[in-house]
Design a protein around this ligand. Structure first.
Ligand SMILES: NC(=O)c1ccc[n+]([C@@H]2O[C@H](COP(=O)([O-])OP(=O)(O)OC[C@H]3O[C@@H](n4cnc5c(N)ncnc54)[C@H](OP(=O)(O)O)[C@@H]3O)[C@@H](O)[C@H]2O)c1
Length: 338
């Protein structure tokens, strides 16, 4: 892909965890890049991509007028913007933004992309459209059965993209993403274990799929560039399966800590999670441990990424084991600099 104006790429969600890395890669390749950035982040650009500023278009996927300017003259859209509430705050429904931003916002962006004559559209979606907690290794042929507001909104976003017959589109569904920076589940686990707040998880045989940030960037670009990907939906993973206990052991190893010999039995955790649910219901305030947190700890989330490997030759370059030492060093360094 050459960096001509016709090849202009618009990235939405550019200020997010994945978007920042994706835009950095595009800029390194001297790719003409425009980013859709919400007004509150407009001043962060120089800090996000020092010395290599992309073209900035201030806007919001919920404001259709702003999308018209963003899509003008664009060849390819890499659509990452999605509602992602950071923390569960008391009295605020964290799921309220999923439909207007993730579903309706994608629909609006697709409409403006068609109007502007955009050629390619890549949607970054989530394995959650297929349902959470899969222990059976779901793949792209599995019937979507989302069980959360996020998953339902992502599925609606996918449908909006697939229905746009005059766009050459591809969709990639991601499991949990790990890597340097951001607030991934693994980074949170690193911080919690280092502070002594994370007890060893029980030795369950759950299976969790994940993918490294750099491999996500590679996967998105592969979809944008390969004709074989047109009209297709793929799952991208790092090709490994992890039990929560293995993740915990690997984090401890990267931190240079011994893995404790004891672990609370699952039954105790279930009791604690039920108490957490009850406390949340009574007080209206989120608690650190509830059924949702328990599911993330002991549940499975196994998704198969073989199709992308087979069709597109996608080769994930990282695993959690190879990535953890760098993630730990980065988090320690960031804490020292803070
Ligand atoms: N990270 C993962 O583990 C993971 C797993 C599966 C799928 N995904 C998908 O991958 C994509 C990127 O994820 P991420 O982790 O990078 O997300 P993130 O860090 O939460 O970033 C979300 C991005 O969306 C932008 N955004 C939110 N509401 C918007 C709106 N109304 N208009 C325009 N932009 C808006 C945010 O802008 P502000 O900076 O202004 O808030 C931010 O740039 C998302 O679609 C997500 O669903 C991520």
């Amino acid at each position: 892909m050459h960096s001509s104006q016709r090849d202009l790429i618009l990235v939405t969600g550019a200020t997010g965890y994945i978007g920042r890395a994706l835009v950095a890669r595009l800029l390194t390749e001297s790719q003409a890049t425009r980013v859709l950035v919400r007004p509150a982040r407009g001043n962060d650009i120089a800090e996000l991509w020092p010395g290599q500023a992309p073209h900035v278009c201030i806007g919001d996927v919920t404001e259709t007028a702003s999308l018209r300017a963003a899509c003008a003259g664009v060849d390819t859209i890499l659509h990452l913007a999605s509602h992602s509430p950071r923390k569960r705050a008391p009295g605020i429904d964290p799921s309220a933004g999923h439909w207007p931003v993730t579903a309706e916002g994608t629909r609006a962006l697709v409409g403006e992309a068609q109007r502007a004559g955009v050629r390619r559209f890549v949607l970054v979606s989530s394995v959650w459209v297929m349902g959470e907690g899969s222990a059976d290794g779901l793949d792209e042929s599995s019937i979507p059965a989302p069980t959360s507001a996020y998953g339902r909104a992502k599925l609606a976003a996918e449908e909006a993209v697939r229905c746009a017959s005059d766009l050459q589109s591809s969709i990639v569904r991601l499991p949990s993403v790990y890597g340097i920076g951001g607030e991934s589940l693994v980074s949170q686990m690193i911080s919690a274990i280092e502070r002594g707040w994370f007890p060893p998880p029980p030795k369950t045989l759950n299976k969790r799929s994940m993918i490294h940030l750099d491999d996500v960037v590679a996967a998105v670009l592969l979809l944008a560039r390969r004709p074989e990907a047109l009209g297709k939906t793929y799952i991208a993973t790092d090709g490994k399966l992890y039990t929560t206990h293995e993740i915990y052991q690997n984090v401890c190893a990267a931190l240079g800590r011994r893995v404790p010999h004891w672990a609370p039995p699952v039954a105790w955790l279930r009791l604690a999670a039920t108490a957490g649910d009850w406390l949340t219901r009574c007080s209206g305030r989120p608690v650190p441990f509830d059924s949702l947190a328990l599911e993330k700890l002991v549940g499975s989330a196994w998704y198969r990424g073989e199709r992308m490997v087979r069709d597109l030759g996608f080769t994930p370059r990282h695993t959690l084991c190879t990535a953890l030492p760098g993630m730990v060093a980065f988090q320690r360094e960031s804490r020292r600099g803070a």
